[in-house]
Design a protein around this ligand. Structure first.
Ligand code: GLC
Length: 422
């Protein structure tokens, strides 16, 4: 089948997925009606930050107004100081899932979490603008997105190096990625204790009132995480370009400089000379979290990555069948890691995410990055395998990197991102 035909097919299917996952109602919290695309029609029935960006990117291919609305709706949850939360709990349902209470300030019925997620909304806004050239929308949302980037700089960069710290594993968007148990000093695979370790930072954050600077000063969970920072940097570049569109050279310069500073620090500090790969940094000492995961490849998305680091990342790691070049790349954890688990986690109730399977969202960064740097053939091979998985198993939450079998939620929103890669 030709790419155009496949794209047409996936656009039709994406429309159905989005329709099925659309939730709407009236919010007593903000005294307004709301409508948004949830990640799935079960379990994930709230609005997430980076899912919203991905949904808006897909929507920009066939309905830019609706794409704008997704962003607008999410920005209703922004605090007056600029902070944008990772989840908004729309609706009036009284009981929320347990994690909602753990990740939010103590309240009977939290309206948003108190943690954030990779600041990807500006990436989506730029893609929408490329399609509709609507400057009024830019005027409306850019100042809000700029405020959130400034909030991050003020609260999450305590060492002033241009890299932002996350205060909870879930802020990375890759919840139980083994990088975070490594950071917590727990190397075993024992499920029950793992769950405790993955919640420990959130529980301590509660005690510290989710005060970022206080938490980072205490240093019990302080991770300058790769994906979060790559998104921060490229989103700052999007902001810079879009502020130029609005003839605002001061803001354009500010965000270009923030991007440059972060990118230089990441490429220099996160590179591990022995393993020749990028790792997240943890604690004030900035130690390398030495676990090879898809996050180590996401710096491919950085426009400024060049020379030997770029080559080594692609040739020694991505294309290495012992690490990331499985039949259906890119596995979330390298096959060479003892933590690598290609199958879905066995006990449903004790689900652990991001332990090996391939996810469409992280593939999106890798594929886009490969194309930026001229590795079109490698990008096309990954896309071909993604099409194969999706044709056989539909838009699943994630897939087995060896067999392509789809797992967990069906009709999962961001898996339609394939539309943007064709
Ligand atoms: C899981 C993912 C996270 C995503 C959320 C909603 O928690 O790890 O990245 O945002 O589900 O899809």
């Amino acid at each position: 089948m030709k790419r155009d035909t496949i794209k047409h097919q996936y656009v039709q299917e994406a429309k159905k997925v989005f329709q099925k996952n659309t939730l709407q109602g009236f919010s007593r919290w903000k005294h307004t009606s709301y409508r948004f695309v949830a990640p799935a029609d079960r379990e994930y029935t709230y609005q997430w930050l980076w899912d919203t960006a991905f949904h808006a990117i897909v929507l920009s291919h066939f309905d830019t107004k609706r794409a704008q609305d997704e962003i607008r709706t999410f920005l209703v949850g922004q605090s007056s100081d600029g902070f944008i939360p990772h989840v908004i709990f729309w609706g009036e349902r009284k009981m929320l899932p347990i994690w909602a209470y753990i990740e939010s300030k103590i309240w009977f019925r939290p309206r948003t979490t108190a943690i954030t997620q990779p600041p990807a909304l500006a990436l989506a806004v730029e893609q929408i603008y490329e399609k509709d050239q609507d400057k009024e929308f830019l005027k409306e949302v850019l100042p809000k997105l700029a405020d959130h980037h400034r909030w991050l700089i003020a609260h999450r960069d305590i060492d002033g190096d241009g890299l932002m710290s996350i205060i909870s594993p879930n802020e990375s968007g890759m919840d139980e990625l083994p990088v975070f148990q490594y950071v917590m000093g727990f190397h075993a695979q024992d499920m029950a204790r793992l769950h405790y370790y993955y919640r420990k930072a959130d529980l301590l954050n509660q005690l510290n009132g989710f005060n970022s600077r206080r938490i980072l000063e205490k240093d019990y969970f302080n991770v300058e995480e790769l994906v979060f920072n790559v998104v921060f940097i490229e989103a700052a570049r999007s902001l810079s370009r879009l502020f130029s569109v609005l003839s605002n050279p001061t803001e354009a310069l500010f965000f270009a400089q923030a991007a440059k500073k972060g990118e230089e620090a990441l490429i220099e500090k996160c590179w591990n000379k022995e393993d020749k790969i990028f790792y997240s940094l943890f604690t004030k000492e900035e130690k390398h979290a030495k676990v090879m995961t898809v996050a180590s490849l996401v710096p491919l998305f950085l426009s400024g990555l060049k020379g030997s680091k770029l080559k080594l990342l692609v040739q020694n790691h991505l294309l290495n069948p012992k690490e990331f070049w499985t039949k259906y790349p890119v596995p979330s954890v390298a096959a060479s890691e003892p933590f690598y688990e290609p199958n879905d986690t066995p006990i449903h109730k004790m689900k652990l995410l991001w332990r090996g399977p391939t996810w469409i969202s992280t593939n999106w960064f890798v594929v886009k990055g490969l194309r930026k740097h001229g590795y079109n053939d490698v990008a096309d091979t990954i896309v071909k395998q993604m099409i194969d998985m999706i044709q056989k198993h539909g838009f699943r939450e994630y897939y087995n990197p060896e067999t392509g079998v789809g797992y967990r939620r069906k009709d999962f929103g961001w898996s339609t991102l394939i539309v943007d890669l064709l």
